[in-house]
Design a protein around this ligand. Structure first.
Ligand code: ARG
Length: 467
């Protein structure tokens, strides 16, 4: 064998790899993160090979013991990662051979790095999806409890960021929760397609050894082996699905973040975030900045970027494996880390949100938020909606001039605009009356919010039982 070429494939080469090319093509600096999954996959592969008689039981045991020792070395930080050995797979295999001799070289029988790496990523994604799901559930639970506690707390609801109609704070938080419920479904749906085993596809066409892919799939907890070897080693659509789930989730979190940032401002003054989620300014002593939501809002961009990277990475790739695919890992790893951290930040923070009820109430009282209620009142008294709209518009114009909310006007003042208005109008002009009147499934009435919180709780429990 020629000197200084990679031992695993150097046989046909007549000169060593250019030093820069070796560094350029190596992935070990980032794919070493897949070591636990690589070892797990190799143990299953060796177990299966012994089961079908390709390895002896002694060979299998030597391989498994060696791999377990290597796992320990890696965990203790004693493992010496080598860039000339290219990637996590060849680093581990080389160390195995160093430890147990020629038997180590038999591990790669009937497989290729192409099916090996596809298997490793899927195992990794499955593990990470499960961790992410725990945080997502914790966040949803926190929102449901906050919403239940604040089912009667009144705040202004907005459209165009202009005061529109009063809603309850609990209703607003349950709107967030609904977004996350759909994200949760998307995550679990993605997991189904992640949890399929490429191992056995070998380089691209399958292998001539009498492998039993069902055995390996079962050992690794996969639902089934992949159907087509070419597809198995080449596609990374599951990674694209994950980053698209992640992008939509972060889009949602960025909207919540934006609202938290607005709400903590002196201008809104709707909520307080405990100091532990905020930082100060090095120059302005009075500042308390909502850094956590700001940062989540900012991190959304990098996740969108990873989705674009992966889509573009796969675009127009011919079958089967191409080296391009080595570029899937860094975007995926960063997307996983970002999603997990943002969810953790939110799950910790949401239950600690302190609504400033008086201030929210006051904001809802200003801004004619019960104008629609007045129009609906007139309609109930027989006025056509368009006419009612006009009457209320005039009342609002008067209120702007006289600096009075509708509920602050006297009956005589209101009757200037319509003789149909009577004393009972004040029941609908109160904020409490306004929210209580939206009393149907999906509405903002406090009893509806409590019922919705209860349904959300049950849906979450059912999801846990089903998963
Ligand atoms: N490091 C490679 C990757 O991440 C492993 C597969 C390499 N296969 C090959 N034939 N070069 O995709």
């Amino acid at each position: 064998m020629s000197q200084a070429t990679n031992q695993s494939w150097g046989g046909r080469f007549s000169e060593p790899t250019d030093a820069f090319v070796a560094r350029f093509t190596a992935s070990v600096n980032f794919d070493q993160r897949l070591a636990p999954q690589d070892i797990q996959g190799s143990i299953a592969h060796a177990t299966m090979l012994a089961r079908v008689g390709v390895l002896t039981d002694d060979e299998r045991d030597a391989i498994i013991n060696g791999l377990n020792e290597i796992q320990g070395e890696i965990e203790r930080g004693e493992f010496n990662w080598s860039v000339p050995l290219e990637d996590v797979h060849m680093n581990i295999e080389a160390r195995l051979t160093e430890k147990i001799g020629i038997t180590g070289k038999k591990l790669h029988t009937g497989r290729s790095r192409n099916d090996q790496v596809a298997t490793d990523i899927r195992l990794f994604m499955r593990d990470e999806i499960d961790v992410i799901e725990v945080e997502l559930k914790r966040l949803r639970e926190g929102m449901i409890e906050l919403a239940d506690r604040e089912a009667e707390t009144i705040m202004p609801g907005f459209t165009h960021l202009q005061t529109a109609q009063p809603v309850t704070f609990g209703h607003h938080i349950l709107a967030w929760q609904e977004m996350l419920a759909r994200d949760h479904e998307r995550l679990l749906d993605c997991r189904k397609r992640v949890n399929v085993m490429p191992l056995g596809a070998a380089a691209l066409a399958g292998t001539t050894y009498p492998i039993d892919r069902h055995v390996a799939a079962e050992l690794l907890g996969f639902d089934r082996p992949t159907e087509n070897s070419l597809d198995a080693v080449s596609d990374r659509d599951f990674a694209i699905e994950f980053t698209s789930f992640a992008s939509i989730l972060l889009m949602h979190l960025s909207r919540m973040s934006e609202e938290l940032v607005l709400w903590t401002s002196a201008q809104f003054n709707f909520i307080d975030l405990p100091d532990r989620f905020c930082t100060g300014s090095s120059i302005m002593p009075q500042k308390k900045n909502p850094d956590v939501p700001e940062l989540v809002r900012g991190k959304t961009g990098r996740v969108y970027g990873h989705l674009m990277s992966l889509l573009t990475l796969m675009k127009s790739q011919p079958l089967a494996y191409n080296k391009d695919n080595q570029e899937d890992k860094e975007p995926l790893f960063d997307a996983v880390d970002t999603v997990r951290d943002c969810l953790k930040a939110f799950a910790d923070m949401v239950p600690a949100i302190e609504p400033k009820k008086a201030s929210m109430y006051e904001a809802a009282r200003r801004g004619f938020s019960t104008a629609t209620d007045l129009a609906d009142y007139l309609v109930r008294k027989g006025v056509a909606f368009r006419d009612a709209h006009e009457i209320v518009g005039q009342s609002v114009a008067y209120g702007l001039k006289s600096e009075k909310d509708l509920s602050e006007m006297s009956l005589e003042e209101l009757q200037q605009f319509s003789a149909t208005i009577e004393q009972d109008v004040f029941e609908v002009l109160t904020l409490e009356g306004s929210v209580a009147a939206r009393n149907h499934i999906g509405g903002t009435a406090p009893n509806q919010v409590r019922a919705a919180a209860q349904r959300a709780r049950e849906a979450l429990i059912a999801l846990k039982a089903g998963a």
